[in-house]
Design a protein around this ligand. Structure first.
Ligand code: HEM
Length: 125
């Protein structure tokens, strides 16, 4: 082992780059189409839908990729689940009917986070 690699290993740095991330296409996505971007194909980006918009969350693959704590978000409309801060499968849809003011506020906070951290690539049709 060379000195550089030895030092890198002490700090837990990766000496080999990870495979390049798949690029998400900037366009609108149909609801049924989104499901193909759920992480089951490592060659495809990870996409999620929130309140009519699609975000590329590929760089957050440790959260949303297979085996991640939020893997169930990938390829889905997460609007209602995020508003209610719940993982219940039946909440992964775009229905905002009857959400309480605090839930709508929570949803806004999530959207702000996604806007800041990820790329919005199109509309969820
Ligand atoms: C068991 C309860 C939970 C714990 C302990 C927890 C813990 C955490 C922690 C520590 C982070 C920050 C990770 C980081 O930035 O390194 C995080 C991020 C996040 N959590 Fe949770 N969480 C919980 C439940 C939930 C639920 C119920 C939802 C939504 C339905 C949720 C959605 C998220 C999202 C969207 C992120 C941002 C991930 C990103 O940066 O892309 N979490 N959580």
């Amino acid at each position: 082992m060379g000195f550089g690699r030895f030092v890198a290993s002490l700090f837990g740095k990766r000496t080999e780059p990870r495979a390049p991330l798949p690029e998400a296409e900037e366009r609108d996505y149909g609801r049924s189409e989104l499901a193909a971007y759920d992480g089951s194909d490592p060659g495809k980006p990870l996409l999620i839908g929130i309140r009519g918009q699609v975000y590329d969350v590929t760089r957050g693959r440790d959260f949303y990729g297979p085996g991640g704590p939020y893997a169930m978000f990938a390829g889905k409309d997460c609007t209602r689940a995020l508003a209610k801060v719940s993982f219940e499968a039946e909440l992964f849809n775009g229905n905002t009917d009857g959400l309480e003011p605090d839930e709508l506020e929570k949803l806004e906070e999530w959207i702000e986070m996604f806007e800041g951290k990820y790329r919005r690539i199109g509309r969820l049709l």
